[in-house]
Design a protein around this ligand. Structure first.
Ligand code: G3P
Ligand code: CA
Length: 253
């Protein structure tokens, strides 16, 4: 089934590789992406941020010191300064020397071999247009739900919606407690077609409300097979996982 057919028939739960197949390889690296491609996932999820000189790179954390030898954030450095940053060593000595990935390299190497769940992380001015220019340069197919844009930042998503009236958008929500959602599902449904939400907040009530207003639900980050099965049975649209091979194998049952 194509992505579009799956979305229409809801036969399968979409398999979304979180930062690549990041349980097995260092996240957001070509190694993790290559493995996701080999597994055969429905989407590659990746985090795009701009360097100080506005080069989009794939990196998750705001704080570089957690997983690299330098301090600060991606925005504090020019691309030239961080292009050789080691982003693999933290994961295991055998990955020492794995370099930070330029987002343009992802599009050049994989092009339309992947469907993308692209998260705009820590949005800085102009990132939306820079990403769309690269889609154009590498002739990325934006039809048929092949690219979904997501962000925790609502303003960024509204900009994307202004730039492209049709591209699927997911609002991401971090909601660790039972406190109020930052936005209501009804508000989200005015500009987005999906909601990416921490798995601990996904329950029958949320799903039935989302279903009623036609909002798709994508729990993150689900790595436990029992949980995956529960979410598949509950009818979530897709599962964002570090081990997409597991989601895929459950789908086949
Ligand atoms: O795809 C959603 C998920 O990636 C959001 O959380 O922190 O892993 O980017 P995070
Ligand atoms: Ca992400």
């Amino acid at each position: 089934l194509t992505i579009k057919e799956t979305l229409m028939t809801k036969k399968d739960c979409l398999v979304i590789a979180h930062r690549g197949a990041s349980k097995y390889k260092p996240e957001n690296t070509l190694l993790a992406y290559d493995l996701a491609l080999k597994i055969g996932v429905d989407y590659l999820e990746l985090d795009v941020q701009l360097t100080k000189d506005q080069v989009p790179v794939v990196y998750h954390d705001s704080d570089l010191s957690k997983k690299t030898d330098i301090k600060g954030s991606i925005q504090d450095y020019t691309y030239e300064e961080i292009k050789n940053l080691d982003v693999g060593k933290w994961f295991g000595e055998e990955y020492r020397g794995t370099k930070l990935v330029n987002f343009e390299t992802v599009l050049r190497l994989y092009g339309n071999q992947f469907n993308y769940f692209l998260e705009i992380k820590n949005p800085t001015d102009g990132i939306e247009q820079i990403i769309f220019n690269l889609f154009e340069k590498y002739r990325i197919d934006l039809t048929n739900h092949r690219v979904v844009i997501q962000s925790f930042d609502q303003n960024c998503l509204l900009k994307v919606r202004e730039m492209d009236a049709n591209i699927p958008i997911n609002q991401l929500i971090l909601k660790k407690t039972e406190e109020e959602m930052p936005y209501s599902l009804t508000e989200i449904s005015t500009y987005a077609e999906g909601l990416g939400i921490n798995q601990s907040n996904v329950n029958e009530q949320l799903l039935s409300e989302a279903n009623r207003i036609g909002l798709k639900i994508y729990p993150y980050t689900v790595n436990d097979s029992e949980k995956m099965q529960q979410f598949i049975d509950m009818g979530v649209t897709g599962i964002i996982s570090d081990c997409p091979d597991l989601v895929k194998s459950l789908n086949l049952n």
